[in-house]
Write a protein that binds this ligand. Structure first.
Ligand SMILES: Cc1cc2nc3c(=O)[nH]c(=O)nc-3n(C[C@H](O)[C@H](O)[C@H](O)COP(=O)(O)OP(=O)(O)OC[C@H]3O[C@@H](n4cnc5c(N)ncnc54)[C@H](O)[C@@H]3O)c2cc1C
Length: 385
């Protein structure tokens, strides 16, 4: 592949071995139990996979974004939800910490986070709508040397297992509808009195992501737990969200490849009247050829976009397109894979339908594809795409 080099291949070998020997054997069990993949997450930390692009001075590998993408793609082929937990930790919470944190804050939290010694979560979405920050209700008020948080968050990944929550709260009279000024980020350690942690939701897909609600009732944190400028965290939120949208490209690619490989193997093995389904039905061959084509087109888009990102030339619209296209392709391939299996494709123990369930959530978690299309349309109009 044109995007591989010696360094990236070395990391790829590590990830492939991790996936083959530790992740894949547990994937079905994690999907069935809905348990957060704690041991795998910690192991990913030991292998350096939680800090691929974190600077070396803060305990990371100091690698580029393409390397990050390769890691996510490989893991998603077997257990997409592990990349979701990693993304919430490294890209959302970790991204904000890296961009907004003081050196002390980074030493205290980013260094152990890169090694998987602590787990982080990022709480932004509220019941009024994930993209509707103007109506956010969670407020932080300064009282002497402490910030007091009141409000609540919904659909937050890594709850319960997280040691540190990066939380977005309103710190002004209102949030400016255009600039979104008035939002600030805070570091809330698990166990802080007044921080309530809900029960993980039972969802269609991403089983094991420990996604649920947080509540804040007179939750007091030290003044110095403000992360970044007061009322001005939006720019960093935008950048960390962009990293998350980008990562949906390789994760979706991995999901599609996982489903496609299963469908291909089944079509070559299962026989009817002495012929494999692949040889007996033209429609089966054509479906597989189209699935392959969609996967390869997505691969081209993913790695050319990541190359732009590594050169510092990322176009904001293409960054968002990765999430939109990735969700489309992984959902399509996941659906067709079930179809190619016939009846057994709908049986959970077969292990193919979970890829489609995970793909469906890709179109919503983090931001809905409709909201992203709207942003892309705005960029097109302003000739920024
Ligand atoms: C499994 C999972 C994990 C998640 N993890 C996290 C997390 O770790 N941290 C976190 O902060 N959030 C997280 N989220 C929340 C996620 O970011 C939101 O679900 C997402 O932003 C959509 O917001 P909403 O669910 O409030 O839908 P709403 O905002 O109510 O939107 C509903 C629908 O309305 C349409 N719509 C909404 N806004 C627009 C718009 N601007 N333009 C066009 N159409 C629009 C879309 O069709 C959308 O699907 C997670 C969500 C899920 C499902």
């Amino acid at each position: 592949m044109w995007y591989l080099n010696e360094e990236r291949e070395a990391i790829l070998r590590t990830v492939r071995e991790f996936v083959a020997t530790e992740v894949a054997p547990q994937a079905m069990e994690i999907d069935a139990s809905n348990e957060f993949p704690l041991a795998l997450f910690k192991r990913a930390g030991e292998l350096g996979l939680l800090g691929v692009s974190v600077p070396e001075e803060f305990g990371g590998l100091g690698g580029d974004q393409t390397t990050h993408a390769l890691v996510y793609e490989e893991i998603a082929k077997a257990l997409p939800v592990l990349t979701v937990a990693m993304g919430a930790h490294s890209l959302l919470a970790g991204g904000l910490l890296e961009m907004l944190g003081t050196v002390e804050q980074k030493k205290q939290y980013l260094v152990p986070a890169a090694a998987g010694e602590i787990i982080m979560a990022c709480g932004s979405t509220e019941a009024v709508g994930g993209d509707n920050q103007v109506e956010f209700q969670t407020r932080a008020v300064l009282d002497g040397d402490e910030w007091v948080l009141d409000g609540g968050k919904v659909l937050i990944c890594n709850i319960g297992v997280a040691d540190l929550y990066v939380v977005i709260a309103v710190t002004a009279d209102h949030v400016d509808p255009v600039t979104k000024a008035g939002l600030s980020a805070f570091l809330v350690p698990a166990g802080t009195p007044g921080l309530g942690i809900g029960k993980p939701e039972h969802k269609l897909g991403w089983h094991g992501s420990a996604t649920g609600s947080l509540s804040f009732t007179g939750c007091r944190i030290p003044k110095e737990n403000l992360l970044g400028p007061l009322g001005g965290c939006l720019q960093a939120m935008f950048v960390s969200a962009t990293a998350e949208f980008l990562s949906c490209g390789p994760v979706s690619l991995g999901i599609a490849e996982g489903a496609y490989q299963m469908a291909l193997a089944y079509s070559l093995e299962r026989e009817q009247q002495g012929l494999a389904l692949f040889d007996r039905f033209q429609v089966t061959r054509h479906k597989l050829a189209r699935m392959w084509g969609e996967i390869e087109s997505l691969r081209a888009l993913v790695y050319s976009t990541y190359a732009e990102r590594d050169r510092g030339e990322l176009c904001l619209a293409t960054g968002r397109l990765l999430k939109v296209k990735g969700a489309e392709v992984s959902e399509y391939v996941g659906r067709e894979a079930i179809q190619l299996f016939g009846g057994v494709g709908t049986v959970v123990d077969t292990g193919v339908e979970r890829f489609w369930r995970d793909a469906k959530v890709m179109a919503i978690g983090g931001a809905s594809v409709e909201a992203l299309q709207d942003v892309i349309a705005g960029l097109i109009k302003r000739k920024l795409a």
